[in-house]
Design a protein around this ligand. Structure first.
Ligand SMILES: Nc1ncnc2c1ncn2[C@@H]1O[C@H](COP(=O)(O)OP(=O)(O)O)[C@@H](O)[C@H]1O
Ligand SMILES: [Mg+2]
Length: 316
């Protein structure tokens, strides 16, 4: 197997609230390999964005993070803000969640893209470089586009511009947080193709955070499923969708429109009072006494296929 580019090692994240400390991420360990597209899926509030932001140290000041995030040989959580500024954008770039607020409304796209590539060394023809990027994400009139303002672009176009802003700086790792949120099916398709092309052309590793299962299925090589801050399943994308093992993953897939939109029982837990044992037990049709009392172990039930559920805990 290739070597990991980014490793989360027993990462937990806590936020102080007026009701006590809230744990948004619970002991997550995960390796991302060079050149792969890894998807993090799960319902809103399951800790996907918070986990992604730990890699960039972009959480609010009051957040407390334990564990380790390793990028190549660096321990990211130990870096100072100054050191982190050298990592952000150049080695790890974030494609932010909200295109509308992430682009400056009064600057032309050209100005904003040039700023995004200012640290790229040896670029003689910046304009040509940017045009090739615009072509790579399927903009038919790149010169016209460079001279546009954000308000002249659709949501999907803005998202693709943000994708270029992240990738054109040539980082080794891109983190895209809900890159297709609020887009219609056609724009979603364009953004997925743009991300795929960019990774293919640059060899960048991509971490995609999404609650859109179709995007995860079509774009990702491997997928991790999060529930209430914990990683509950990890598999290659094809196997995960063909044979989901965790009852939560199974329920997520059954809730898809293509599977008949069967709503999942119950609601996601209050993170200030998470259920004992397996956090999913109150909603799980297979739960037994043991699931209420004990946390199931992270089990490799087949090579490189992991699940946190007692149904499979005896498979090893
Ligand atoms: N700054 C914060 N202060 C308190 N709670 C937060 C903060 N940021 C996120 N959270 C909480 O952490 C949990 C996980 O959030 P998030 O990672 O954004 O979920 P996801 O991206 O999976 O939808 C949520 O319950 C959210 O309310
Ligand atoms: Mg999120």
């Amino acid at each position: 197997m290739m070597k990991p580019l980014l490793s989360f090692e027993h990462v937990s994240c806590y936020f102080p609230t007026s009701f006590g400390e809230l744990q948004a991420v619970r002991d997550v360990s995960l390796d991302l390999y060079e050149g792969e597209i890894f998807g993090l899926i799960g319902e809103t509030g399951s800790g996907k964005s918070v986990l992604g932001l730990t890699a960039l140290q972009l959480l609010p000041e009051n957040a407390r993070v334990t564990g380790e995030v390793r990028f190549e040989s660096k321990s990211l959580l130990q870096l100072s803000e100054k050191e982190m500024r050298h990592v952000r954008g150049k080695e790890i770039a974030l494609i932010p969640q909200n295109p509308a607020s992430s682009l400056n409304p009064v600057l032309k796209i050209r100005t904003q893209l040039r700023e995004a590539v200012r640290h790229v060394k040896g670029l003689k023809d910046k304009e040509g470089y940017l045009v090739s990027w615009l072509q790579a994400v399927s903009f038919p009139y790149p010169f016209k586009l460079l001279h546009s303002y954000p308000f002249q672009l659709s949501g999907g176009m803005k998202q693709r511009i943000l994708t270029i802003m992240g990738a054109a700086g040539q980082p080794k790792l891109l983190i895209a947080d809900e890159p297709t949120k609020g887009l219609d099916a056609l724009a979603r398709h364009d953004v997925v193709e743009a991300l795929r092309n960019i990774c293919r052309q640059t060899g960048a590793t991509l971490l995609v955070i999404t609650h859109d299962l179709h995007v995860a299925q079509t774009l990702c090589n491997r997928i991790g499923v999060m529930y209430a801050g914990r990683l509950v399943e990890r598999n290659d994308a094809d196997s995960l969708f063909a044979t989901p093992r965790h009852p939560y993953t199974e329920a997520l897939l059954l809730a898809r429109p293509t599977a008949g939109m069967n709503p999942m029982a119950g609601s996601s837990p209050n993170l200030l009072q998470v259920p004992s044992g397996c956090t999913f037990h109150p909603r799980c049709p297979y739960a037994s006494e043991k699931c209420i009392e004990e946390l199931p172990p992270w089990t490799e039930y087949e090579r490189e296929k992991y699940v946190r559920c007692f149904l499979y805990a005896s498979c090893t």
